[in-house]
Design a protein around this ligand. Structure first.
Ligand code: UDP
Length: 242
């Protein structure tokens, strides 16, 4: 697996690449000839950092990825303190579309795996209409993952996007990598549902002012328990223990 040329920083034992822009990250995925760097990109947010403190598997998944990026203002702030320069938050649900947009330049072959059948179908149609070379798609409820392995081979996929939620998608990607190490993989959680219009993101202003979490909390109050857990992250940050 190729590593990026941006040196990672450790945050509570988790390796995160301090990107100043999305372009910086995209340049790690595609070289100037359009060749794709094999590996896996994974988002790191405060929840995953906390989880990796007590769960070795989560930590191993994050540290095994070739590209880890800060998807959460809490991670950006903690990284900025370590590298002493301005960084950017990269939202996974936007990044995969940026990766696919860039892939158009090189006509890279894209395979979509995940979500319900009608959702992935709709996602594939939308991406094809935008000129992205989606060579195949399949829902995320297969019983035998051989079908995914065979599809990668049959369609010679170069980019595989998996939308099954964490950590299921990352574990699947790890197994796919064993057989198909030259592919670039990305886990995107519920992003196919968002693209297909089944789930709405927060309005742009809430995202801009970094309060998307508050919007989601108001829309789904049972998330409050998750938010309380994140106080531990704030505490560790304030004590400079991350
Ligand atoms: N999903 C799937 N296979 C499964 C379980 C879930 O394809 O066995 C899909 C589900 O349809 C949804 C996504 O995975 O599209 C889960 O998204 P979620 O919002 O839970 O993930 P997160 O973004 O929170 O990681």
């Amino acid at each position: 697996m190729t590593e990026t040329n941006i040196a990672p920083v450790k945050l509570a034992g988790v390796k995160v690449h301090p990107f100043a822009s999305v372009d910086e990250l995209l340049n790690c995925v595609f070289n100037s000839d359009g060749e794709i760097s094999p590996g896996m990109a994974v988002a790191v947010n405060p929840e995953k950092v906390l989880k990796s403190l007590e769960d070795e598997e989560t930590k191993a998944i994050l540290n095994g990825a070739t590209i880890t990026y800060a998807d959460g203002i809490g991670v950006v702030k903690a990284l900025e303190r370590k590298v002493d320069r301005k960084l950017t938050k990269i939202a996974g649900c936007e990044l995969w579309l940026d990766v696919l947009n860039r892939s158009k330049n090189y006509h890279s072959k894209v395979l979509l795996v995940g979500a319900r059948a009608e959702v992935v179908k709709k996602s594939a149609e939308i991406l094809l209409s935008r000129g992205i070379n989606v060579v195949h798609y399949m829902d995320g409820y297969f019983s035998d993952e051989q079908v995914v392995l065979k599809a990668i081979e049959k369609h010679q996929a170069q980019i595989v996007i998996v939308a099954q939620g964490s950590p299921r998608q990352e574990k699947l990607i790890n197994r796919l990598q064993q057989v198909h190490p030259k592919v670039f993989y990305m886990g995107v959680g519920g992003s196919f549902d968002v693209l297909a219009g089944h789930v709405k993101r927060a309005p742009a202003l809430w995202i801009k002012y970094n309060v998307e979490w508050l919007y989601r909390l108001l829309a789904e109050p049972k998330r409050i328990i998750r938010q309380f857990k994140l106080l531990k992250y704030v505490y560790l940050y304030l004590l400079n223990r991350l």
